[in-house]
Design a protein around this ligand. Structure first.
Ligand code: C5P
Length: 293
């Protein structure tokens, strides 16, 4: 029987400006999304009867509260395809600003589309993805993209290279709703910085990118989670050139220019109460491998 294994990559936000509060409970944002090589590992195979999900690694729900499960049910309701059995090895920290659950969902949409040869186009997958969450449309394709609207209005940018990330996650969970509740809204300087980041990426100007990273959710999250300020301080002291919170936190990312530099920073964080990962940019949101006949 055929089975797919899928690496579902985490995402970071290289800056995030909150441009407006909307009437539907969401915020309009302007951000640079980047998928990174830290990943969850999924398997997807045909099942009889109903969708199933088994999980190992970091603890997450195994039913409809899990976005991967919901993604399988959504694509089934849209296409009447058979159910799937999903296996998930959860390695990306949970509720950490790294889009782990969103990436699992995007991987399931891509995987079921491939497994059953459904022929859904990228645009259709992204539309389904938005029903699952604001970050999911980006993660269907991944790479480097500017995201506006809720995050679903995407503009692909040049692939980022010559940078590495050190991700430091303090032992607290922050829901996106909580992260957004303390947002600074409508700062013109933050919006100018996002435009600068995009142009730096398009022109391969790493030094300029390093000067332009700011997240309008960070101050609010720091005010309720002092661990985020501590993680930022620790990363800076460990030698990261630039530090910024990812998404709604609490993960902070340090930008460095080589794997050796990243290893040095990570080793200086040993013994701290932080989950630390080294990651490089990826050009796609997930990588699918086929097994069996
Ligand atoms: O879209 P998602 O389900 O990930 O959003 C979770 C919560 O995060 C929303 O209910 C909302 O409170 C907040 N959010 C927001 N603006 C966005 C994305 C998320 O206010 N663009």
């Amino acid at each position: 029987m055929e089975r797919l294994s899928i690496e579902a990559y985490a995402k970071v936000n290289l800056g995030l400006a909150v441009t407006a509060r909307r009437t539907d409970g969401y915020h309009d944002i302007d951000t640079v999304f980047q998928t990174v090589s830290l990943s969850d590992l999924l398997s997807v195979e045909p099942a009889v009867g109903q969708t199933t999900l088994s999980v190992s690694g970091h603890a997450v729900p195994t039913g409809p509260d899990n976005l991967a499960f919901r993604a399988a049910e959504l694509i089934r309701s849209r296409t009447a395809c058979p159910p799937v059995a999903i296996g998930l090895v959860k390695r990306i920290p949970v509720a950490a600003g790294l889009g782990g659950g969103s990436s699992d969902a995007a991987a399931v949409l891509n995987g079921v589309n491939e497994l059953y040869g459904l022929g859904l186009a990228r645009r259709e997958l992204e539309a389904a993805a938005l029903e699952l969450g604001s970050d999911v449309p980006f993660l269907v394709g991944g790479g480097t993209s500017r995201g506006r609207g809720r995050g679903e209005v995407l503009e692909r940018l040049r692939d980022l290279s010559h940078v590495f990330f050190v991700l430091a996650t303090p032992p607290v969970r922050v829901s996106a709703a909580r992260g957004y509740s303390g947002a600074r809204i409508g700062l013109t300087e933050s919006q100018a910085l996002i435009r600068l980041s995009c142009s730096a990426i398009q022109n391969g100007q790493t030094a300029l990118l390093e000067t332009s990273l700011r997240n309008d959710l960070e101050a609010g999250v720091v005010s309720c989670c002092p661990e985020v300020a501590d993680a930022r301080e620790a990363l800076a002291q460990a030698g990261a050139r630039v530090v910024v919170m990812s998404g709604s936190g609490p993960t902070v990312i340090g930008l460095v220019r080589s794997e050796a530099e990243a290893s040095g920073v990570a080793s200086r964080l040993e013994g701290r109460a932080l989950e630390v990962h080294i990651a490089r940019p990826t050009a796609e949101g997930s990588r699918i491998e086929r097994h069996g006949s």
